[in-house]
Design a protein around this ligand. Structure first.
Ligand SMILES: Cc1cc2nc3c(=O)[nH]c(=O)nc-3n(C[C@H](O)[C@H](O)[C@H](O)COP(=O)(O)OP(=O)(O)OC[C@H]3O[C@@H](n4cnc5c(N)ncnc54)[C@H](O)[C@@H]3O)c2cc1C
Length: 458
């Protein structure tokens, strides 16, 4: 076993660990940064994402919006300096409804987001109102905030592909998507240029003495090594809880299984320039009479005849001539113990496509003969209120960046920038406390947790 030393050992080379290494080595000039992973970088959860970002987050307080705005500032700066190698766009998130009763809640949500710092509200109530659509590529010179279109003629003019009975759309603008893999590789390469070392192996043990980090034991095919270090960062993604236990720290996180389906939209139902499209109404899946009879007979699938929850969403994927569309629908969420390879409902692709056809009726053309759907995904690792952890642990020199749920790519730079400030003793932003583990020790916060509303999960 070879011995070595480091200023900091980061367990996990997913987007959280890599961004942390980058912010320490490149932006804060720290030397001796070691990333340890038993898998290839970015290969467990960080390459399964839909790769979207948004500054559209609920309260309480402005912490989520503030950290996401910071994260997006950093993403934009990285996109500029790199010639946009990770293809950041600014198409926005388009929430749509066919339910007239939801229009007022769209306006309220837009006003609430504006009050939290997401940007101004622009209301478009007439057919001639000047709504500015988003460009397909690029992110510069775009409005922030939200456009709410409540006039059906206007909605139809700009979004003719949505269901005809759509009564309103809410277009959140500081949102879009990018290539998470390209972003991660860019951060890793630049980190390596500044001395970040990547060590293949599994963090097996963390030695402490007098309540301080001393060394990390890494096992590997070549036998492994002890790395003497005063600092350790737990960035273990779905295994953040298990790695926390190596320190004797119980982290309040759990895992949910989440999948996405990819299919070829050969008929061009979803325009290639479309924003992220989200249907905010519950959905009843379209079935033929024969299919209904079949479903009603099986207890395992009978629920598919009932109303399914709101939130089915999708977007076009890939540049050029790509016909690929992605679809996601969180219709079944139970906390699970993370195991790999992840198993998904074999009917997921079909259910998503059927669900999407409520919002995008053109997709119904695929239902008689379903296209091949490629389903993959991973785990959302979540805290009880769906706000990540980035800060110190109750062992001196130990830190965590985890619980990044379904938003870890978009939050990676904001969270890593925050954690890097904790590590180097930099000035902390006003939202730092909202992401520390210690927040759960505060009785006032625990009381707020009891009546927490919207977690912001789509
Ligand atoms: C279907 C789906 C859609 C998503 N969509 C989006 C989206 O649109 N936008 C967005 O921002 N986010 C999205 N996410 C969430 C995002 O992918 C995650 O939040 C993010 O990838 C988490 O990154 P991570 O670095 O914490 O974890 P991971 O990428 O899982 O990395 C953790 C790493 O730690 C390593 N590790 C663990 N234990 C050990 C150990 N003991 N020793 C050594 N190495 C160890 C693992 O091998 C792994 O490489 C989505 C996720 C899923 C599943």
């Amino acid at each position: 076993m070879s011995a070595t030393t480091a200023e900091v050992v980061i367990c996990g080379a997913g987007i959280a660990g890599i961004a942390t290494a980058y912010h320490l080595a490149v932006r804060r000039g720290m030397s001796g940064v070691v990333l340890v992973d038993e898998r290839p970088p970015l290969s467990l959860t960080s390459d399964k994402s839909t790769e979207c970002y948004r500054n559209w987050w609920p309260g309480p307080g402005d912490a989520m919006v503030a950290v996401m705005n910071r994260s997006i500032d950093l993403l934009e700066a990285l996109a500029r300096e790199s010639g946009n190698v990770f293809r950041l766009n600014r198409r926005g998130y388009l929430f749509a409804t066919a339910y007239p009763g939801r229009v007022s809640s769209f306006i309220q949500a837009a006003e609430a987001a504006a009050a939290l710092g997401a940007g101004p509200v622009r209301l478009h109530a007439g057919p001639g109102s000047e709504y500015r659509p988003a460009p397909a590529e690029g992110f510069d010179d775009q409005p922030a905030g939200v456009d709410v279109l409540t006039n059906r003629t206007l909605v139809r003019r700009h979004f003719p592909y949505l269901a005809e009975d759509t009564v309103a759309v809410l277009h959140a603008r500081r949102c879009g998507w990018f290539s998470g893999q390209q972003l991660g590789m860019y951060l890793l390469e630049h980190g390596r240029e500044r001395g970040v070392r990547l060590v293949e192996g599994r963090v097996e043990r963390i030695d402490t003495a007098g309540g301080r980090i001393q060394a990390v034991k890494v096992s590997a095919r070549d036998g492994g090594r002890m790395i003497a270090t005063p600092r350790f960062v737990n960035a273990a993604g779905p295994f953040v809880k298990q790695v926390g236990r190596l320190l004797g720290v119980e982290l309040p996180v759990f895992c949910e299984r989440h999948a996405k389906a990819a299919f070829n939209d050969t008929l061009g139902v979803v325009p290639r320039h479309a924003p992220m499209l989200i249907w905010t109404d519950p959905v009843r899946l379209p079935w033929s009479e024969e299919e209904r009879i079949e479903l009603v007979q099986s207890e395992a699938v009978r629920h598919l005849l009932e109303e399914l929850p709101p939130g089915v969403h999708g977007r076009p994927e890939g540049g050029g001539d790509s016909p690929v569309c992605l679809g996601i629908w969180t219709y079944d969420v139970e906390p699970v113990v993370p195991t790999f390879p992840v198993q998904f409902d074999p009917a997921y692709g079909e259910i998503v496509l059927r669900g999407l056809s409520r919002m995008l009726p053109g997709l119904a053309a695929y239902l008689p003969r379903l296209p091949r759907c490629v389903v993959d995904g991973g785990y959302y690792t979540k805290t009880p209120e769906n706000r990540f952890l980035a800060g110190p642990l109750p062992v001196e020199g130990a830190y965590v960046i985890g619980g990044l749920s379904g938003y870890g790519l978009m939050a990676s730079n904001g969270a890593a920038d925050l954690l890097a400030d904790h590590i180097v003793g930099g000035a902390l932003p006003h939202y730092a406390r909202a992401f520390e583990l210690e927040r759960y020790d505060d009785p006032g916060y625990r009381a707020v947790l009891e009546r927490w509303g919207d977690s912001g999960q789509l």
